[in-house]
Design a protein around this ligand. Structure first.
Ligand code: 2AM
Length: 171
């Protein structure tokens, strides 16, 4: 199973992110990420055997995280795969610490693949054919979070789909 750890937006924020995705899609095209797939990846685990996935789910269900608030105030893009995202202008210390702490524990459980850089972002569009230099006015959103989700990623009719397998206790 292909797994990742992510923050899932609360419903009000999900709608706001969806509106940003609509605006960006109208300008740039590509594939808009559906509202219920919008998320912030904290750790991409890749392919994991079923038994290990189940052990990770049990671990996460007892792993409380510190509550926090992430401010989204910037647009960004990853050019090569044609991804348009929203994130933050300055590095977010709380998210960086959370990502590092989770990776420490994942590595203790035999998971490899910690990235050398962590750029917190919410992907809104994929496969954008041509990225513009001009950016629309910056977003100004706050994302309050209290728990992390373990998700399985799979492909269904050429679309990435996600299923929540476990969640940490509410902080
Ligand atoms: P993305 O939002 O930048 O596309 C599920 O696939 C999540 O894991 C997505 O959020 C995706 O990030 C991220 N992801 C997918 N493949 C990845 C990889 N090889 N390395 C790091 N993150 C990946």
């Amino acid at each position: 199973m292909r797994l990742f750890l992510a923050l899932m937006p609360p419903p009000v924020l999900r709608r706001r992110l969806g509106e940003l995705a609509d605006r960006a899609h109208a300008r740039l095209g590509g594939r808009r990420v559906p509202d219920d797939s919008l998320h912030l990846t904290l750790a991409f685990l890749g392919e994991v055997p079923q038994a290990q996935g189940e052990a990770l789910a049990r671990w996460l269900e007892t792993r409380e995280i510190p509550a926090g608030e992430w401010r989204l105030d910037a647009w960004g893009a990853f050019r090569r795969p044609g991804i348009v995202w929203v994130g933050s202008r300055a590095p977010d210390r709380a998210l960086a610490e959370l990502q590092a702490a989770l990776w420490n524990e994942l590595e203790q459980q035999g998971i490899a693949g910690r990235p050398s850089r962590f750029i917190p972002h919410v992907t809104l569009l994929r496969r954008v054919p041509r990225l513009e230099r001009a950016k629309p006015s910056p977003p100004d959103l706050v994302w309050p979070y209290r728990r992390v989700a373990l998700l399985r990623s799979f492909t269904d009719r050429d679309r990435a789909r996600y299923q929540i397998l476990a969640r940490s206790p509410l902080a």
